[in-house]
Design a protein around this ligand. Structure first.
Ligand SMILES: [Zn+2]
Ligand SMILES: [Zn+2]
Length: 259
């Protein structure tokens, strides 16, 4: 009598345990993608906030410097080449060192390990400036054969459609531009590049899929964050910011892509 009562209250049978474990596994399977999607969305928002602060710092800079835009001030060598002169450090000093240099989604290994090359350098910022807005890096335009009508874009009043001109973007985690602090959008395409191949060239400089969708191959759907001269920041798809050399939101003289 006593023994059988003991047997009945022994606890879970093996089958019951397996069922419980199975249910937990299914729940984890359902919840994990939701958790990681929420984390990705959180990263996108944090990154947008980093970039909004940069855009705000840039506006304070413009107002204090009689309309002059912040300049890259360095060669194509990445932040290591002349860290003090990078636009990021100029703005950061200006903003009481409150700017955040790293996007929370940025998984580049070059933050800790120097990029291979003749002058090994580390990645110092997730963010780069549009070379059209830099005095030394600007390709002449439009069409890049003659200077822009009003001269190189160094002052705010030379930009006619401030809300349509990209200023800061997210830099590629790997490749030649991983330690640079600027992109050359005039190399996102050549006059003969087929439009389908353009997202691949964009992804060679920018981390154009920093915030979705997660896929290996570059496409016009890739999304990353950028700021515009008027001070706003947005998550933009490649096809909304760069259609080709003559229709894009990088060259201040070019018409912007229409959806
Ligand atoms: Zn360069
Ligand atoms: Zn980001």
């Amino acid at each position: 009598m006593r023994a059988s009562r003991f047997t009945k209250s022994r606890g879970f049978t093996l089958i019951e345990l397996l069922v419980v474990i199975g249910i937990i596994a299914v729940l984890i399977g359902i919840l994990l993608p939701a958790v990681s999607a929420a984390r990705r969305e959180g990263n996108r928002i944090k990154c947008l906030s980093n970039m909004r602060n940069m855009a705000m710092a840039q506006w304070m800079y413009v107002i204090d410097n009689r309309g002059w835009l912040v300049q890259g001030g360095m060669a194509h060598g990445g932040a290591h080449a002349n860290e003090l002169a990078t636009w990021f450090n100029t703005l950061n000093r200006y903003y009481n060192n409150k700017l955040v240099a790293r996007c929370p989604s940025d998984t580049s290994v070059y933050w800790d390990q120097p990029m291979p090359g003749p002058t090994p350098q580390l990645r110092r910022t997730s963010y780069g400036i549009n070379a059209f807005l830099d005095h030394d890096l600007c390709p002449w335009g439009p069409g890049f054969s003659a200077p822009p009508p009003g001269g190189l874009y160094v002052k705010i009043e030379q930009i006619r459609h401030a809300s349509d001109v990209v200023q800061f973007v997210e830099m590629g985690y790997t490749g030649e531009y991983a330690a640079a602090d600027h992109v050359h959008p005039n190399l996102f395409a050549f006059p003969t590049t087929p439009e389908a191949a353009i997202p691949v060239l964009v992804a060679g400089q920018m981390q154009s899929n920093a915030h979705g969708p997660r896929r290996v191959r570059a496409s016009g759907d890739d999304m990353s964050n950028c700021t515009f001269i008027d001070g706003h920041a947005e998550s933009a798809r490649v096809r909304d910011i760069f259609q080709n050399l003559y229709v894009n939101r990088f060259d201040p003289a070019a018409p912007q892509p229409r959806p």
